[in-house]
Design a protein around this ligand. Structure first.
Ligand code: SF4
Ligand code: SF4
Length: 391
């Protein structure tokens, strides 16, 4: 058996990536993600969820207290603009690019492919180009059918549609895009949603430009955000970080404060390997995210393979949120929530020496001391303070 050969449900690097797939595993159907269900599942759809989606048009945005005022929704909605333009362009074909379908290419594959004699050097070049376009992290891993959606969604009627990639795709380039720390500190607020929107708009630009570069080299490249496959396990397999209780990937450089996009390609590339950092051991003694969640959507205790509703993948042992409760809170706020990111002890500026020292402690057997040192951190910054330049 070669290093990369797989049995249907397991992969040689699973243990290192912290991935445990059980016998009843089933690939995820995108129709079941909580955002898609809000359009077809009457147990999820409500006036509240309709108002949530409508609030991304300023005339339908509600007004409440600090952080939910006109300027907060205006900034949030503006931050989404680039992503919105991209995702709306295929509406008449039922294709919501970047969310319910892969991003359609704007650049043809060059008729003559540049020879790649050294996949390792090519990987280094791709990472350099990814940084040039603005990605904060880049890792590379093989295509893994387990994480590909069994079907995608036709947004004209929310029916299932084939989720096919071009022939010969074998690699996935995973990109990380950090979110603005000052805005994240103001969750929950519509203002904080500007950090999410700006990250999506940036990733839409970066992922399409990097895919266009690869296509200009003469290779297939399919740019992808939340569509086509689950990016979290790909990020783990690409060695970008470790899975945490708050369902995020904690990275050494940015903690959980970033989003991921991906490119499917047949460009010959060297693969990165997963890394055990010690995050799972830290999460085993920490419940700050679960404690802070206003609707108690995050789990306590060790990872389990219990499927918490159809919006969770079946047959993977992990920490899994209650997506219905979580999205219910988003809908009630008319904006996204990431309190569980804000309060996480790994949400720090690791450019600073004292935070790097804390990280070393947190990922060592002295993790309880690191958790104790974190007490009192992660408090919400008032959105008005951000507008005054104080956050
Ligand atoms: S995003 Fe908010 S509601 Fe959802 S799990 Fe995190 S803290 Fe809870
Ligand atoms: S808050 Fe604590 S338990 Fe939750 S993800 Fe962060 S380190 Fe893990």
């Amino acid at each position: 058996m070669t290093e990369r050969e797989t049995t249907p449900n397991t992969h040689p690097d699973d243990a290192l990536a912290g991935i445990e797939v059980t016998g009843d595993f089933e690939p995820f159907r995108q129709r079941n993600d909580i955002f898609t269900r809000a359009f077809w599942d009457s147990s999820i759809r409500s006036d509240k969820t309709d108002r949530f989606f409508a609030s991304y048009r300023i005339e339908a945005a509600p007004r409440r207290g600090d952080g939910f005022q006109h300027r907060d929704f205006a900034l949030r909605n503006a931050a989404w603009l680039v992503s919105d333009v991209l995702s709306a362009r295929g509406a008449e074909h039922g294709i919501r690019e970047g969310f319910q379908a892969a991003i359609r290419p704007d650049t043809p594959v060059a008729p003559e492919a540049m020879a790649v004699d050294d996949p390792g050097r090519m990987s280094d070049e791709i990472k350099r180009v990814a940084r040039f376009f603005g990605a904060d992290l880049c890792g590379i891993t093989p295509l893994d059918e387990r994480w590909q959606y069994a079907t995608r969604v036709d947004t004209r009627d929310m029916s299932e549609a084939p989720n096919d990639l071009p022939e010969g795709i074998c690699n996935v380039i995973v990109l990380g895009h950090q979110m603005d720390a000052g805005l994240v500190a103001t969750y929950p607020s519509a203002l904080a949603g500007a950090a999410t929107g700006r990250a999506y708009s940036e990733e839409a630009a970066i992922v399409t430009q990097l895919a266009a570069y690869i296509r200009n080299l003469g290779y297939e490249a399919v740019a992808s955000m939340n569509d086509t496959g689950l990016v979290i396990p790909y990020a783990l397999q690409a060695g970008l970080g470790e899975y945490a209780r708050n369902q995020m990937v904690i990275t050494p450089a940015y903690g959980p404060r970033l989003r991921f996009s991906k490119i499917y390609t047949n460009l010959p590339l060297h693969h990165d390997r997963p890394r055990k950092l010690g995050v799972a051991e830290f999460c085993a003694i920490c419940t700050k995210c679960a404690d802070a969640c206003p609707v108690k959507a995050l789990p306590y205790g060790p990872p389990t393979d219990e499927q918490r509703g159809i919006s969770a993948i079946r047959g993977v042992r992990k920490w899994t949120s209650d997506a219905e409760r979580c999205f219910g809170f988003w809908a009630s706020q008319a904006s996204d929530c990431a309190i569980c990111l804000r309060v996480c002890p790994f949400n720090r500026d690791f450019g600073k020496l004292r935070h790097r020292l804390w990280r070393r402690l947190a990922l060592s057997p002295l993790r309880r001391l690191a958790l104790w040192l974190d007490r009192g951190r992660g408090k919400r910054v008032k959105p008005a303070a951000w507008w005054r330049g104080g956050a």
